[in-house]
Design a protein around this ligand. Sequence first.
Ligand SMILES: *Cc1c(COP(=O)(O)O)cnc(C)c1O
Length: 485
Amino acid sequence: MNKQPGTSGLIFNEPLLWDKSREGRCAVSLPKPDVERADLEKDLIGDAPELPQLSELDVVRHYTRLSQWNFGVDSGMYPLGSCTMKYNPKTNEVQAARQGFAGAHPFAGEEFSQGALKLMYNLEQYLAKLTGFDAVTLQPAAGAHGELAGMLMIHAYHAKMGKQRSKIIIPDTAHGTNPASASLCGYDSINIKSGDNGILEPLAVAAVMDEETAGIMVTNPNTLGLFESNIKEIADIVHSKGGLVYGDGANMNAIMGIVKPGEIGVDVLHFNLHKTFSTPHGGGGPGSGPVAVGKTLEPFLPVPRIVKELDSYKLVTDFSDTMGRLHTFYGHFGVMIRAYAYILSMGGKGLTDASKLAVLNANYVKESLKGTLNLPYDYPCMHECVFNDEFQKEYHITTMDMAKRLLDYGFHPPTVYFPLVVDSAFMVEPTETESKEDIDQFISAVKAIAKEAQENPEKLKKAPHKTKVTRLDEVAAARKPCLRG
Ligand SMILES: *Cc1c(COP(=O)(O)O)cnc(C)c1O
């Protein structure tokens, strides 16, 4: 029963299609023509591209084999912390593929896009309700783009108040995109340390908050998987000096329907629809990073905004204080459809239950592994928990060695070496969609690896052993990338 899902058999080799190509091989056999052959290349299309010549079976096997070298949520547990690699229900895909949605075009105009606009309008309303905000824009194309949109709104707000500010407070637990987004708006990041218990101390914020500071960016729950329980007090300190509070909502999966950031002092918050609201992600595919705002920032939302008038929906651009346009059209509509289908199929209670289960699963992992791996912040966690390799140091085994070995057991490794506040972090986010059996398998794999660290560290240092490619030289890969096939 408790057999690990790791590879134990056939992993096919597969050359490039060019190497499989054989002169004259073709995927279709057409009957002999009964008209004279035209010279297609010469008379009609010019030189034909050099394409490999293959049978249908060659092509099917090629792509099927390559797909088996890949790993996804559909093949196994993917406990990548801060990324919320939950299962993506297939009904979302069915809805997004519907002809009316998949065939929609931004140039069709409002009149022929009422269904799409209605879906977007309703999704905005749901997201606002879930988080206690007044308005939402769906335009940002990813979380980091949402951060940029939010910071541009804060920038526009200070300009409107008559005096631009120069700094933004960012805690040491923040994702790297936070200071990057602030910097794109011309703000200098003021880094502050979290307290010994892994969360922000109001005194640390009060010490740096002044009238030159535009606000603070807080991730809540933070990237240590801990809830920033002083958030209200911190927001009061920032507001008292005229600043605003940016909420990084990438970790929303822990708090849906449980915490409303809009009611505890946050002025603007981004979502990652592809994380919390179940769109397949991780391969660099399209994301969506809607931004929710309270009354203070609503006038600065990007245009166009969707406005409902009686029973019809309009795209309106004439808002005088708007930060402007974010891009050409309205964002990644396919991701919005998936999020909408997910929200409707879960319902309010279902979303809250999902968060509760995500938190339960992470605490189960934390408690089960805490004697095996070092747990620098031993507090009840939210949807993820952060260990490191302190216990393995005496055997010269690192977080990277253990992450690589997990591949042999059939698991995607957790997030490693992030957040930076934990030296050699090993950050596990099981999500609500893993069963207890699967989580137990993961726990027993980590325990087996920790045992191997003591008994056979030499072997562990060379892991993975069973994957298609084994230990890569990551420095060479980064320094001398091989960009050709
Ligand atoms: C994922 C993440 C982001 C960035 O989101 P993208 O959608 O990848 O651009 C920002 N902050 C945190 C905490 C994240 O986990």
